[in-house]
Every structure is written in structure tokens, then in C-alpha cells.
Write a protein that binds this ligand. Structure first.
Ligand SMILES: Cc1cc2nc3c(=O)[nH]c(=O)nc-3n(C[C@H](O)[C@H](O)[C@H](O)COP(=O)(O)OP(=O)(O)OC[C@H]3O[C@@H](n4cnc5c(N)ncnc54)[C@H](O)[C@@H]3O)c2cc1C
Length: 297
């Protein structure tokens, strides 16, 4: 399939790119890695009148830790940059675990984390990871920059909170207030496939006490799901078999999976339960169809 005709612009500055978006109206799309947009255009699910390719804009291909401990990921930082990042190893366990599980090496060489957040695919891995970490997207438009928390950035399947003339220039992971741990688990039918179920867990502890927890789910609902009640069940106390079981049950309850060719809704819900438990170091809970509270009773 071929895309419909479109105008192509490749500006050399952010201001020029934003100007093109501003003047072009609603039918203009930013092109970053092109790994989601180009297939959509070839299938004619998207037919923008103009593409604004940001790959010539300098200063966007970075990921770096600021002195305050926050991590900044520029709009042209590729999945592969994160996969092989020494910075992530040790300091960002959830991101380090997810990076090699996004797509396949070809896609990882071109696709970007920020593009993945903008694409807002319910099966996109990075949105769950960044939601679990309490991340933020920095948008730049004609009137300057604004920060949009991930929880409000993904507004629905394939929808984000950007105005038509804004570019997401970077994503930010806040500095950890405690010791960060966590990970990302993903069930895929074949290596490189989208998630049947993905689960991101990010924990911060001070001493034994969990002072911040984030849990988010990939591929088990109409958009990325933040399992906020599950995360709340972990905070303010040490991790224990009971709190892990409760969080796993609450995360499973927050999932909204549908039965399809990849498995039944109940199977996917049980995977969420197992993944959350594993990521928190708990034992794998057999599916009984009952909650931890019911099992304890
Ligand atoms: C075969 C294949 C397998 C894949 N498997 C997975 C997978 O397992 N997990 C996964 O998470 N993803 C997967 N993907 C998607 C891949 O991760 C994409 O790279 C990612 O979703 C989009 O990033 P991109 O840079 O390629 O964005 P693009 O394709 O360039 O853009 C995607 C959308 O975001 C917008 N956009 C991009 N950047 C910006 C910006 N800076 N500001 C404003 N808008 C922007 C574009 O206008 C477009 O609407 C797969 C893709 C393919 C082709």
C-alpha cells in the first residue's frame, strides 16, 4: 500500500518546525522515528497533508541525568539508545528492563520513546513505564513550554494532550526520593511483537518502607492503565507477602482485558496478577478466581 500524497518539510530548528505546525492546522503530523506513523500512512489509517520531519532539528537526540537526579529523554532519543544505555543500568531498572522488549532491533534503531508516548498505542510499552515512574512530557509550542504529567498526556487510544502546534521535546523521569527498584515484564507471542500483556512496576524505598510506588499496564485496556489503587496498597509500609498479594489482585482488577486470539480476558488478568507479584519479589499466585482477601478469609 502507498500513502496518499503529502507535503514533506524537514526544518532545521524547533521554531521553524513549530511554525510549520502552527500554520498547517490539524492535518499536519510530526515525523520522528516513523515506525508507527509510516505504517499508519501506508495503510491509510492516517493521511496527513504535511509531514514535519524533526530529524534535522539539532539537540533532541539525548538522554541525560540532571544534577537533581531527574532523567531527561529528548525527542530523538531512539529505543536502541536506551537499550544500550549505561546510564539506565543501575539507576532506572524499569526503563532498562523495558528497552530491549520494545519491538525488534530494526524498529528500535529508529523509533523514539517520545514518539511512542505521542502515538499513545494501548500496546505501547513506554507509556506504561513512564506512567509507573511518574513521568512528564515537555511540550513546546508558539507560546513556550509546558509540562504534561503522563497521567494526563495519554488521553485515550492513539490520542494525546498536545495542541496541533506543539512538539513533545522531551520526556522527564523525576528524581527518586528513595532507592529505586522495579522492572517490566511483557508476554509477547513472538519476539518483537506487541504485548499481549505488559506490566511496569516502579518502587522507591527508604529503609524498608515503600515511599512511592507506580504500577501501569500495557495492552489490557483501551489505553494505558495506571493501577493506582494497587500502587497505593504498597506505600507507607515495608513490602510483605500480604501487601504484594493485595497489590497484584488490585492490579488484576484494574485491567480491562478483552478475549481475543491472544488469550481469554481471565488469562490476561491472571498474567497481570503474576507479573506484578513477580516484579515485587512475591510468589506466583495460582489463579483461583478469588481475591487475596477472599483467600485469606
Ligand atoms: C514491526 C513493529 C513492531 C513494533 N512493536 C512495538 C512494541 O512491541 N512495543 C512498542 O511500544 N512499540 C512497538 N512499535 C512501535 C514503535 O515503538 C514506534 O517507534 C513508536 O510507537 C513511535 O515512535 P516513532 O519515533 O517511530 O514515532 P513516529 O512513527 O514518527 O510518530 C508516531 C506518532 O507520534 C507523533 N509524534 C512523534 N514524535 C512526536 C513529537 N516529538 N512531538 C509530537 N508528536 C510526535 C507523530 O506525529 C505520530 O502521530 C512497533 C513498530 C513496528 C513497525
Amino acid at each position: 500500500m502507498f500513502p496518499s500524497r503529502f507535503r514533506y518539510e524537514a526544518p532545521h530548528s524547533l521554531d521553524e518546525a513549530i511554525g510549520l505546525l502552527h500554520d498547517g492546522g490539524d492535518d499536519v503530523k510530526v515525523l520522528a522515528g516513523g515506525q508507527s506513523l509510516v505504517p499508519m500512512m501506508k495503510l491509510r489509517f492516517a493521511s496527513p497533508e504535511m509531514l514535519v520531519d524533526i530529524n534535522n532539528v539539532p539537540g533532541l537526540a539525548y538522554h541525560r541525568a540532571d544534577p537533581d537526579g531527574s532523567l531527561h529523554i529528548g525527542a530523538l532519543c531512539r529505543h536502541a539508545d536506551l537499550e544500550f544505555s549505561d546510564l539506565l543500568k543501575g539507576t532506572q531498572p524499569t526503563m532498562a528492563a523495558a528497552a530491549p522488549l520494545v519491538a525488534d532491533p530494526l524498529v528500535r534503531n529508529r523509533g523514539t520513546l517520545v514518539g511512542s508516548l505521542c502515538h499513545a498505542d494501548p500496546q505501547g510499552d513506554w507509556a506504561s513505564v513512564m506512567l509507573a515512574l511518574g513521568g512528564t512530557v515537555i511540550a513546546q509550542g508558539p507560546n513556550g513550554r509546558r509540562a504534561i504529567p503522563l497521567a494526563g498526556f495519554v488521553t485515550g487510544p492513539f490520542e494525546n494532550a498536545l495542541e496541533h502546534d506543539e512538539i513533545a521535546v522531551e520526556a522527564v523521569v523525576p528524581a527518586a526520593k528513595g532507592v529505586r527498584s522495579g522492572g517490566y515484564l511483557k508476554l509477547e507471542r513472538r519476539v518483537g511483537d506487541f504485548a499481549t500483556v505488559g506490566t511496569a512496576v516502579a518502587i522507591e524505598t527508604s529503609g524498608d518502607t515503600v515511599i512511592r510506588a507506580g504500577i501501569a499496564l500495557t495492552g489490557v485496556g483501551g489505553s494505558t492503565i495506571g493501577a493506582t489503587e494497587a500502587a497505593a496498597a504498597l506505600t507507607g509500609k515495608p513490602l510483605s507477602a500480604e501487601s504484594i498479594a493485595e497489590a497484584a489482585d488490585l492490579a488484576a482488577a484494574a485491567a480491562q482485558p478483552r478475549t481475543d486470539h491472544r488469550g481469554s480476558a481471565e488469562y490476561k488478568r491472571q498474567l497481570v496478577r503474576v507479573f506484578v507479584s513477580r516484579l515485587l519479589g512475591g510468589t506466583v499466585i495460582p489463579s483461583t478466581g478469588t481475591s487475596s482477601a477472599e483467600r485469606a478469609a
